[in-house]
Ligand binder design. Sequence first.
Ligand code: GLU
Length: 281
Amino acid sequence: MIRTRFAPSPNGPLHLGHAYAAIVAHDAARERGGAFVLRIEDIDGERSRAQVVEEFFLDLEWLGLAWDGDAVFQSRRLATYADAGERLQAMGLLYPCTCTRAEIAAAAKAWGPDGPVYPGTCRHREVDPANAAWRLDVGKAMALTGPLEWRDEAAGPQAAVPQVFGDVVLLRKDLPASYHLAATLDDAGDGITLVTRGMDLFAASHIHRLLQALLDLPVPTWLHHPLLLEADGRKLAKRRGAPSLADRRRAGEDGAVIARALREGRLPAGISLSQGVHHSP
Ligand code: GLU
């Protein structure tokens, strides 16, 4: 049975872009007789607020998007992330790194999906692990797994090229896991068979596919959907003043009308949907 998920981070209120993402996940499950999971990506304790999560629940109900079962919270799964981290460490695939952002920016020779590609500075040097982040040695990991593939429902089969990120951080200094490790373990733990999310996370799936191979996790299919863009072509963002769903709800707007408009591709003035299907480098 198909299982999809919507996985917002409670670092601020939801806006129309989130509503679109939630509708894609919800409708994919409902159209195919599957289940729709709501996962709150709240491991970043400082930014995660219970009040914001309460608003998420109200927003989704207002849009007419019912999820199956109880919402799941990343903050309740820290032991799972730590176990996987230890397993990768025992496989000799992680190394500690104490480089600062500024050091990485200064030494980087390439640009990747998340900014400067980590140049591997700490890969072969002695570092005090007590105060370090742990990076995945992507070259070593790929040598272990051999070539990997994954499939996006819209873009088709993809050869996994996690190398485009360089050696990503899997265990953060301040947190028990990075987004990549937590999301991959959660999708497996939640039995997700179709990972729907925005096109901006397309490249992340290269890393997630590698982690699945290393940790013997099931491999889902992906569907990276278009993004809602502002008039200047940038992704809709609350920090640039996109109105929150909560404000619109409190102002008495009808969530069902908003959801219908999004499904029919009718967007507010100045907002457009990004075009096309992503193609690998
Ligand atoms: N938590 C992420 C966000 O709010 C979504 C991650 C995902 O769907 O994999 O953008």
